[in-house]
Design a protein around this ligand. Structure first.
Ligand SMILES: Nc1nc2c(ncn2[C@@H]2O[C@H](COP(=O)(O)OP(=O)(O)O)[C@@H](O)[C@H]2O)c(=O)[nH]1
Ligand SMILES: [Mg+2]
Length: 316
């Protein structure tokens, strides 16, 4: 009895000062945006690879703690588009800004600011943001500190803060785990005082089918070189649950017969390896035995097809 009423009163006090909001995560490809969201949320919300254009849909990653809830909107990076897919990814990153309570701009400190960093800065200042939005707090996350020579810290700090004019700056290493708790506290400080926006059991807004097909793509990206990664899309075609086993069919869509041959590999070795590792990850995610079927399909120029981009949900 006593315990229950004590708990109740603690909650009641906290509710009054609960902080919650949506944080848009921006930055050019490969700087560590998805790694950051996954690490802070503690679950795989977005897949990670060393290839550009790995993140293709806006994904919400939700971190709920007793005093606060941070909903990260992980975006496809802003980059110079050469295909309709590229343009759709840019538009998706831009539209994220309107929904955000705070902006996190992630940069790779081991390199100086690039053209794509400047485009993001211009976009943040530019006409696309209404006056009201210009006051949205901006936190600059200088990531990959583990790769920066100490002698370059000062110069890099100046270059990036000059470019983005942030309210706050933090230097992190996602792979080493440096400054993650500090980053979390910094974000919370800028969130409005309000009740949680999402159920506390939810860590993402993505359907399980999409997460499963993304886990297949992640395993494929790990093993592919050059052209194929950009031409690869995955989608879940079927999902059936029966007696402790879930049967899932995922299609790997590519653009040429040559890419298909690479994806399948000699005597099917490549596809088998992708399937084995993806199945383990999916089993861990849904907590039951999985039977995973993979199919490779070819559709020439799907990245230029509005209809396919819509079907794949890459335009939202
Ligand atoms: N050395 C180093 N690598 C990192 C760090 N953060 C992320 N990475 C790596 O950078 C690559 C791109 O990461 P990802 O999160 O997919 O970047 P995104 O495109 O911005 O979402 C991956 O290979 C990550 O493992 C970091 O702090 N240090
Ligand atoms: Mg990403």
């Amino acid at each position: 009895m006593t315990t229950v009423s004590m708990l109740y009163s603690v909650n009641a006090i906290r509710m009054g000062e609960y902080h919650a909001g949506i944080v848009a995560v921006l930055g050019r490809p490969n700087v560590g945006k998805s790694t950051m969201v996954n690490t802070l949320v503690g679950n795989k919300v977005s897949i990670v690879s060393d290839k550009a254009q790995t993140t293709r849909r806006r994904a919400l990653g939700i971190l709920t703690k007793p005093g606060y809830q941070i909903a990260f909107l992980d975006t496809p990076g802003i980059h110079t588009p050469s295909t309709k897919l590229g343009r759709a990814l840019n538009d998706s990153a831009r539209s994220t800004l309107d929904d955000a309570d705070a902006l996190l701009v992630v940069v790779n400190v081991s390199q100086d600011p690039r053209e794509e960093d400047r485009r993001i800065s211009a976009m943040l200042e530019g006409a696309k943001l209404g006056d009201a939005k210009r006051s949205t707090p901006l936190i600059l996350v200088m990531n990959k500190m583990d790769m920066l020579a100490p002698a370059d810290v000062e110069a890099r700090y100046k270059e990036f803060t000059d470019l983005f004019q942030p309210q706050e700056v933090i230097m992190t290493s996602m792979t080493r785990g440096d400054n993650l708790a500090e980053l979390e506290a910094m974000i919370v400080k800028h969130l409005p005082e309000q009740a949680p926006l999402f159920d506390d059991e939810l860590y993402t807004d993505q359907p399980m089918r999409d997460l499963a097909s993304e886990l297949v793509r992640e395993q494929a990206l790990k093993r592919l070189r050059q052209e194929v990664p950009h031409a690869l899309a995955t989608y879940c075609e079927n999902w059936e649950e029966a007696e402790g086993t879930t049967t899932i069919s995922v299609v790997l869509l590519c653009e040429t017969e040559g890419q298909k041959a690479i994806l399948i590999g000699r005597r099917g070795v490549m596809l088998k390896a992708i399937g084995t590792d993806a199945r383990k990850e999916i089993e861990e995610m849904i907590g039951c035995h999985v039977y995973l079927n993979l199919f490779v399909k070819v559709k020439s120029d799907w990245r230029q097809s509005d209809r396919t981009l819509q079907e794949l949900d890459y335009t939202k």
